[in-house]
Design a protein around this ligand. Structure first.
Ligand code: NDP
Ligand code: 8X3
Length: 253
């Protein structure tokens, strides 16, 4: 039985990824900052699928918390075969002359530094075993830059670059690295980006048929279950209503 660790499993895409692996009988480590949500998801996965689940509550931005959480793993839980770097967010949407500096710090610390802290803590045991698979959840925002997307887009471009860098660095150690870059997915992402403004967040998805978290989870699961000699390197998926960050159509057009 393989162990998978999913960061940001308390909502959206991460929750769907944890669920799809739990259902397939993997041992699943779920992480996030919201303890109650972690407990609820753990209960649900154990009850529905008889899955083995471990919750680790920590903030990916805090290096000490990350290291303490990873160091706390024992026995089979320690042998993480699949790491899904999913925790991330956009905070605010404004032009460079007006955006909040704290928002920029939050996105850089979470999307880039958090992803690096976890990867640095977990990759040595993959290297030692000469086996492992790291998934980085990027975005189409890491392929293109859009108006008022500045720092969010920059963090996802950094994720794209780090995905390539990790694949090169870990090549000799037989560790696979896959970038998964979704377009619009209906999650709490917009609610977080617009700081709890539910009306504004809802409008983002209106009239489209956005991806569901499960659509992304299925892609991750497919990539994770290819034979040992096959690595899917870079996967971009969007709803059929979205050709790119700039071109999309409402369902009825
Ligand atoms: P959600 O807001 O629904 O989920 C985000 C998850 O990240 C939550 O579980 C949250 O957990 C976790 N998280 C955020 N900050 C931290 C932190 N500092 N420490 C630990 N966990 C954290 O958004 P999505 O599911 O949509 O986003 C998941 C990933 O997908 C992100 O990297 C996002 O950039 C990317 N993405 C999303 C798209 C979309 O349209 N929704 C499209 C392309 C990419 P908690 O708050 O409990 O800590
Ligand atoms: C999230 C998708 O288009 O809002 O990464 O940047 S988008």
């Amino acid at each position: 039985m393989k162990t998978v660790l999913v960061t940001g499993a308390t909502a959206g895409i991460g929750e769907a990824i944890a669920t799809i692996f739990a259902r397939a009988n993997y041992r699943v480590i779920i992480t996030g900052r919201r303890k109650e949500r972690l407990q609820n998801l753990q209960d649900e996965l154990e009850m529905n699928y008889g899955a083995q689940v471990l919750s680790l509550c920590f903030d990916v931005r805090k290096r000490d918390e990350v290291n303490r959480a990873i160091d706390s793993l024992t026995g089979d839980w320690k042998e993480v075969e699949i790491l899904v770097n999913n925790a991330g967010l956009a905070m605010g949407r404004d032009t460079v002359d007006k955006a909040e500096l704290d928002d920029w710090d939050t996105m850089i610390d979470t999307n880039i530094k958090g992803l690096l802290y976890i990867t640095r803590a977990l990759s040595p045991q993959m290297v030692k075993r000469k086996s492992g698979h790291i998934f980085n959840i990027g975005s189409i925002a890491g392929k293109e830059t859009y108006y008022q997307g500045n720092v969010y887009c920059a963090t996802k471009h950094a994720v794209d670059s780090l995905t390539k860098a990790m694949r090169i660095d870990l090549l000799e150690h037989n560790v696979k690295v896959t970038g998964v870059c979704p377009g619009i997915v209906e999650t709490e992402f917009s609610l977080v980006r617009y700081k709890g403004d539910a009306e504004r967040a809802k409008k983002i998805y209106e009239g489209y048929h956005p991806l569901r978290p499960r659509d992304v989870a299925e892609v991750v699961f497919f990539a994770a279950t290819r034979p040992p000699h096959v690595c899917l390197n870079d996967i971009v998926l969007t709803p059929t209503t979205q050709a790119s960050s700039f071109y999309s159509r409402k369902n009825n057009q």
